[in-house]
Design a protein around this ligand. Structure first.
Ligand code: FMN
Length: 314
């Protein structure tokens, strides 16, 4: 299957495999690597529309991007069309797409009517999308799950509502909110969303190999695939999908990630973020993965973490 890229409204992506937003994981170092290896799009971690309006410093940091991330999407969450309108008007330069989170399952988000709570309120969801569409000329996209309660399929209705409100694409994670991240994805239900809307569709969930990518496209008839956990420490998957060769070692990748994170964060934060990433690289190393994980978790400083990296990856 040849990768011909895909369009989101007026924005063209060179590859139809995109890197998923993942709070605490898809930091700008990880995103830099995803793009270096050919991901068609990267997106900020989820950002509170209110945080942007109140000029929260952390929120601003989450919207920082690297120089190779064009096009780039900012993901916002809110349950208020008014907040969405204000937040979109405040987005910094260099953001090409506004993505709206309607899939986050975290209780603290859901209890405010945000994230996956919107799966049960297509009217409000449409108003939020319309507010984002009206506030700038950027294409607006929505990321959602299949539904809230297990088996209560809502994504077709929600996708239709957001398409009507002006969204240019939807991404569907093939699980219900109630599943959190457990159980398997239902690709047949993503296919049902394909039949419900004409806008660009990304299928998401459990893609860990080229074969998974092909199978997901075949089963869902989606235009593209979003990959999250399967790409961590395994960014070469994007190169395989894009049909390009990137000649780099895991050691070089880890070092580059650290370099980018150090530009933004104090050492303590860099250590915590890199612990996740080093474990993701270790996952593919038969025989030593557990040993590396244990040592990484014990590392109390950057020097200690670097010693583990030097010991196993250099
Ligand atoms: C630790 C973690 C953080 C996540 N944070 C976000 C987020 O900020 N915004 C979002 O839309 N989805 C978020 N997700 C969901 C992913 O984008 C994706 O939908 C999910 O992991 C399924 O795809 P995968 O199997 O390829 O990882 C997160 C997932 C994980 C595991």
């Amino acid at each position: 299957m040849r990768n011909k890229g895909v369009s989101i409204g007026k924005v063209r992506l060179a590859s139809n495999a995109v890197f998923a937003p993942m709070a605490g994981y898809s930091d700008l170092g990880a995103r830099y690597l995803a793009r270096l290896y050919g991901a068609g799009l990267t997106c900020s971690e989820m950002v509170s529309a209110k945080g942007l309006i109140y000029a929260n410093k952390e929120t601003r940091t989450l919207l920082e991007k690297t120089k190779i991330e064009t096009p780039f999407a900012a993901q916002l969450f809110t349950s208020s069309p008014e907040c969405m309108d204000k937040a979109v008007r405040l987005l910094p330069e260099g953001i090409d797409i506004v993505d709206i989170n309607m899939g986050c399952p975290a209780p603290k988000i859901v209890k405010n009517g945000e994230g996956s709570a919107l799966l049960n309120d297509p009217v409000l969801a449409g108003e939020i999308v319309a507010a984002a569409v009206g506030a700038s000329s950027r294409p607006v996209t929505v990321k959602m799950r299949l539904g809230f309660a297990m088996g209560d399929f809502k994504a077709d209705v929600l996708a239709k509502a957001v398409e009507k409100a002006g969204a240019s694409a939807v991404t569907v994670h093939g699980r219900y909110r109630e599943q959190m991240y457990a159980g398997s994805v239902d690709l047949g239900k993503i296919r049902a969303v394909r039949d419900a809307v004409g806008i660009t569709l990304f299928a998401n969930g459990d893609v860990r190999s080229f074969r998974d990518y092909e199978r997901t496209l075949e089963m869902t008839k989606a235009d593209g695939v979003m990959i999250g956990r399967g790409a961590l420490g395994h960014y070469g998957l994007f190169a395989e999908i894009a049909g390009i060769t990137v000649d780099r070692t895991p050691y070089e990748d880890i070092s580059l990630q650290v370099e980018y994170l150090k530009k933004l964060y104090p050492e303590r934060v860099v250590v915590n973020l890199m612990k996740h990433h080093v474990c993701a690289y270790a996952a593919g190393m038969a025989g030593v993965a557990k040993e590396i994980r244990e040592k990484v978790h014990k590392a109390a400083s950057f020097a200690e973490l670097q010693a583990v990296v030097d010991g196993y990856f250099r």
